[in-house]
Design a protein around this ligand. Structure first.
Ligand SMILES: Nc1nc2c(ncn2[C@@H]2O[C@H](COP(=O)(O)OP(=O)(O)OP(=O)(O)O)[C@@H](O)[C@H]2O)c(=O)[nH]1
Ligand SMILES: [Mg+2]
Length: 223
């Protein structure tokens, strides 16, 4: 009918802002996990883990993603958090905030500490459905970033890359850096989400990518 045809035309013409892919209706701190054989929440919800070098802007990104001012603490003393912090989001998934790795100013021995807990957690978690790895737009990936990237690739877990602090560069510099990073990391450009905790740029793109990650079939049981 002509009515419905004009409706269709109208809705295409005025697409408008897209709806929020991740409206936070419920956000609950479940607790910290400090050791691999220690406490871990009893839940069958799918899990998503956030990993990145210390000071990369992970807490800032999580606050923007959750639309909370102080959901994750933004620190002036990097490299402090040594536990995995777990949250129930919307009774839909568990968000795992992993300790930042490779902070430059801590000793070599302390630096290596992150690997057993982080890698063990990611490897052993039967509900782990995806990982978001953060990188700073301004810097080339460090050895620790490559260690993490290789570990995730070997594990085979679906991974999204968020490049943080894009507000610190000019627009054309961002595009050039994203291209350079995609080459260095061997990724498609569309696997990388540019993000700014300052302006909120990329928040909905990341939320959308996260929802898509959670909708994927379980990588552990899918050949
Ligand atoms: N301009 C700008 N600054 C940012 C952004 N994200 C984080 N920062 C700043 O970078 C510093 C570190 O941010 P955090 O969010 O605490 O980083 P983190 O990765 O959680 O750090 P740790 O938990 O200490 O390992 C803070 O001073 C933030 O204000 C961003 O997108 N833009
Ligand atoms: Mg932090």
């Amino acid at each position: 009918m002509s009515d419905s045809m004009s409706d269709t035309t109208d809705s295409t013409a005025n697409a408008g802002p897209r709806p929020d892919p991740l409206v936070i209706r419920h956000l609950e701190y479940l607790g910290p996990m400090a050791t691999l054989d220690g406490w871990r929440p009893e839940t069958t919800l799918p899990e998503v883990a956030f990993v990145g070098r210390s000071n990369v802007g992970k807490s800032t990104l999580l606050n923007k993603l959750m639309k909370r001012k102080a959901f994750a603490r933004v620190s002036n003393t990097p490299g402090r958090t040594r536990e995995i912090h777990l949250f129930n989001v919307n009774h839909h998934f568990v968000l795992a905030d992993l300790p930042g790795y490779g902070y430059a100013r801590i000793s070599k021995a302390r630096k290596a500490e992150w690997r057993p807990l982080i890698e063990g957690f990611l490897r052993d978690s039967v509900n782990m459905r995806g990982v978001v790895q953060l990188l700073d737009i301004r810097h080339d990936p460090t050895d620790d970033d490559f260690t993490m990237l290789d570990f995730l690739a070997e594990l085979g877990v679906p991974t999204i890359f968020a490049v943080t602090k894009v507000d610190k560069l000019k627009r054309h510099e961002v595009a050039a850096r994203v291209k350079a990073l995609s080459n260095q990391l061997g990724l498609d450009i569309d696997q990388i989400v540019p993000f700014s905790g300052q302006t909120g740029e990329g928040r909905d793109d990341l939320a959308q990518a996260l929802m898509e990650l959670l909708a994927l079939p379980d990588w552990r049981t899918t050949p």
